[in-house]
Design a protein around this ligand. Structure first.
Ligand code: GLC
Length: 750
């Protein structure tokens, strides 16, 4: 529907509007629809009317002024979001010679000269906070800062300031929360884009891109959860993972030989550390040539993976996009023969430098190339590799950045690097996901560094090269929470920090802070101090064991959240504001998080601290370690010695748990223990109720490996605790797909 000159509006649902230019309507989206992506399963709009200057759906009303200024109201007439039509505040830029002088001293100063092809300005009311925008550094609330979407590999220590406008990932999506309302905006544009969330002025925020078309979605709802549901209905949701991928994973750049990997595995078992995977970083390859293995140091990876399998450990290997330029190397030769690599303007294959030296870059915008790349994964799975870690896929390059005009021919639709840079990693992850699914058949386990909106459909992600710094441990929490609110639920950081040297205290606090992370991996760079769980002596080993065991104990809860996420897009790790968005105290809570809606974690992230303030939102909370019941909506001080990560359970919760295990073998799991945390313990009266109240919990269970669940092979249980029943627990089967899995379902009242 045309609303103004080159401005169109479509109602996708009653609460999701698409605002776009005429041309955008014909363009293919990498995130939302078209051949490259999945449909989000949207409920089509039920009714919309267009009457002179007002466009309305059942839930929203849009008014357009005679000069094209748009205001969006809810049905009660409340203004949700308005275009800003006032003056712009000029940000003074320095003359070039002054900038140059600053550069000479080593300051990183950004070239401010790039102009956007279009920019949208929206009013700031003053009371809002802004969430989302993917993996950007800094705090949970992004208001007041400006950001760039341009997938970037910058291993310098990340900080919250201007140096890090861009990170590895591009999620051009944000959520604005106010006292009275909440909404989301998703700019579906893959070019370099800018998000100024009130840096230039207090009166407005803006977003725009240097190319492509104006094309954004406005998503309304009552809660942050509604906005995330809407956004993930558009861009897709993460599929169910293989169960073992939720387990602990050990990595280090670099394990140099099969013997070293076996040694790590033996140590994991010797020190009784549950673990499901060891990662092979680039050194398993022959001269960093992707899809090869070093015959000297890793002579028989099949044998290695079998030996590890006997210890319950799987192998995950890294694959970078940069393909070594070397005649006689079959991946290169085939790619050249078939025209699979990106080219320069003159039609020559484009080269740059990455780990293998001179390298070329597969054109993942082409389906043919993606299928080829996907089929190469067979070389790894045939050796027993069970997951693929996609790195350097921004793409990173050592000999200067890829020029804007590198050509990606796609399948007959030529695009330049400036258009597809931000989806390069996204499409590589898709190629890997599709390849693993087609040839291995199990649920693909992919980890990617670079992302675009919608990457959640194909891959998990880690936050890239952090450092063993307390500031980075602190930042890991808002980073993971904002990724989750950007539709990316399966995320984690390098536990212990990648660059620099961890200390015993830092590694201890980091494993504690990450103990519910869906991607649960300790990884570090070569030349740094080793940081496997046993490297710092008994105390730290015991702390690692304690929190890794805690993670495994709550595995069925994490898996239930994965299942819930497939239906709703809601993240697994959530900021407190998603628990109670009307409580302002939660809006900027950077150092606590919820796991689903029942567990609150308040890790210690300050060096030297052995106590911390914990904010408990409304309701009654049970200290997981002491059993103390605490009424919330207040701060408490919690003593937290080095081995204590404060964890609280929402009273009234039922939580499913598994027994202690060293690794996840779905076939061997036959006991489910339900922990019930009643609102009130009422003491023992004979055999009958020791608590008051009743609670219900739904639990999902399937084979944890393949796609049989899509044909109904899963079980859905409902557990209800009734205080007045003799044994209290009632088990109902909501869906029985392949027979009750559990031999024993036990209940424990906590
Ligand atoms: C990049 C990755 C890091 C990896 C290293 C070597 O820095 O981010 O995780 O260990 O490359 O492959």
């Amino acid at each position: 529907m045309k609303i103004y000159e080159n401005l169109y509006i479509d109602a996708i649902t009653d609460k999701i509007l698409r605002i776009h230019s005429e041309k955008a309507a014909e363009m293919e989206s990498f995130a939302v629809k078209g051949g490259l992506s999945l449909e989000g399963g949207l409920q089509k709009v039920t009714s919309s009317v267009w009457d002179k200057d007002v466009f309305a759906t059942k839930s929203l009303e849009i008014q357009i002024s005679s000069v094209g200024v748009m205001e969006i109201f809810d049905k009660g007439g409340k203004l949700l979001c308005a275009d800003y039509a006032g003056e712009r505040r000029e940000v003074q830029s320095l003359p070039e010679e002054e900038l140059e002088q600053m550069r000479q001293e080593g300051h990183i100063v950004h070239d401010q000269s790039e102009t956007c092809k279009f920019q949208v300005f929206k009013c700031l009311a003053g009371d809002e906070v802004v969430y989302g925008l993917g993996d950007k550094t800094g705090f949970l609330n992004k208001k007041g800062y400006d950001f760039m979407m341009w997938n970037s590999d910058n291993p310098d220590p990340q900080v919250e300031n201007q140096t890090f406008k861009a990170m590895y990932k591009s999620f051009p999506f944000f959520i604005v929360l106010r006292e009275e309302c909440v909404y989301g905006i998703f700019l579906d544009n893959t070019y370099r884009s800018y998000f100024d969330m009130g840096y230039e002025s207090n009166a407005y925020y803006s977003f725009g891109a240097v190319g492509g078309e104006l094309d954004y979605y406005f998503i309304a709802g009552d809660t942050i959860a509604d906005i995330i549901k809407g956004y993930t209905a558009l861009t897709g949701r993460a599929p169910l993972p293989q169960l073992w991928t939720l387990g602990y994973q050990q990595s280090r750049w670099s394990y140099r030989s099969a013997d070293e990997v076996l040694e790590v595995a033996r140590n994991l078992r010797k020190y009784d550390i549950p673990c499901d995977a060891i990662h092979l970083d680039i050194d398993y390859m022959e001269q960093f040539k992707v899809f090869t293995t070093n015959e000297k140091t890793f002579p028989d990876i099949r044998k290695l993976s079998d030996e590890l399998a006997a210890m319950g450990i799987k192998l995950v290997s890294i694959i970078d996009p940069g393909t070594k330029l070397e005649k006689g190397y079959d991946v290169y030769d085939e790619g050249i023969r078939e025209g699979y690599f990106a080219k320069d303007e003159d039609g020559e294959v484009y080269q740059n430098v990455v780990w293998p030296g001179d390298s070329v870059f597969p054109d993942f915008t082409s389906k043919r190339v993606r299928e080829w790349w996907g089929s190469l994964t067979k070389r790894l799975t045939a050796k027993g590799i069970r997951g693929i870690w996609n790195d350097m896929n921004e793409p990173a390059s050592f000999d200067g950045p890829l020029p804007d005009n590198v050509v990606f021919e796609g399948d007959g639709k030529k695009r330049l690097h400036r258009e597809v840079h931000n989806v390069y990693g996204h499409l590589m992850a898709k190629a890997t996901y599709d390849g693993l699914k087609a040839y291995d058949g199990r649920r693909p386990f992919v980890i990617t560094r670079a992302c675009y909106s919608g990457s959640q459909k194909y891959s998990t992600a880690w936050t890239g090269d952090n450092q063993s710094l307390w500031a980075h441990l602190q930042m890991s929490i808002p980073q993971l929470l904002n990724l989750g609110m950007s539709g990316m639920p399966m995320v984690g950081t390098d536990i212990g920090g990648f660059g620099s040297n961890a200390t015993p205290e830092l590694l201890s606090r980091w494993i504690e802070a990450s103990c519910f992370a869906p991607l649960f991996r300790n990884h570090t760079a070569k030349y740094t101090k080793r940081q496997e769980p046993w490297q710092f002596g008994e105390e730290v080993t015991a702390i690692n064991r304690k929190y890794i065991e805690l993670h495994y104990k709550f595995l069925p809860y994490l898996y239930d959240l994965c299942y819930e996420q497939t239906k709703t897009g809601l993240p697994i790790l959530r900021p407190l504001v998603m628990y109670d968005q009307h409580d302002r105290e939660t809006w900027e809570c950077n150092d606590e998080y919820m796991v689903g809606s029942k567990i609150l974690v308040a890790p210690v992230v300050q060096q030297g601290a052995t106590a911390r303030m914990v904010y408990l939102p409304k309701g009654v909370w049970i200290d997981y370690w002491t059993g103390e019941r605490i009424t919330g909506k207040r701060y408490i001080v919690k003593e937290a010695a080095l081995d204590v990560c404060p964890v609280y359970i929402k009273a009234g919760s039922i939580l499913p748990t598994y027994r202690k295990m060293q690794s996840i073998e779905p076939d061997q799991i036959d006991t489910l223990v339900l922990e019930y945390y009643p609102e009130k313990k009422a003491g023992r009266t004979g055999f009958v109720s020791r608590w008051e109240g009743s609670s219900r919990y739904e639990h999902y269970q399937d084979n944890g490996v393949d796609f049989a669940y899509e044909d109904g092979e899963y079980n859905l249980y409902a557990f209800t605790f009734h205080a007045m029943r003799k044994n209290g627990l009632q088990v109902e089967m909501l869906h029985e797909g392949y027979g009750n899995k559990y031999k024993t379902i036990k209940a424990v009242v906590r």
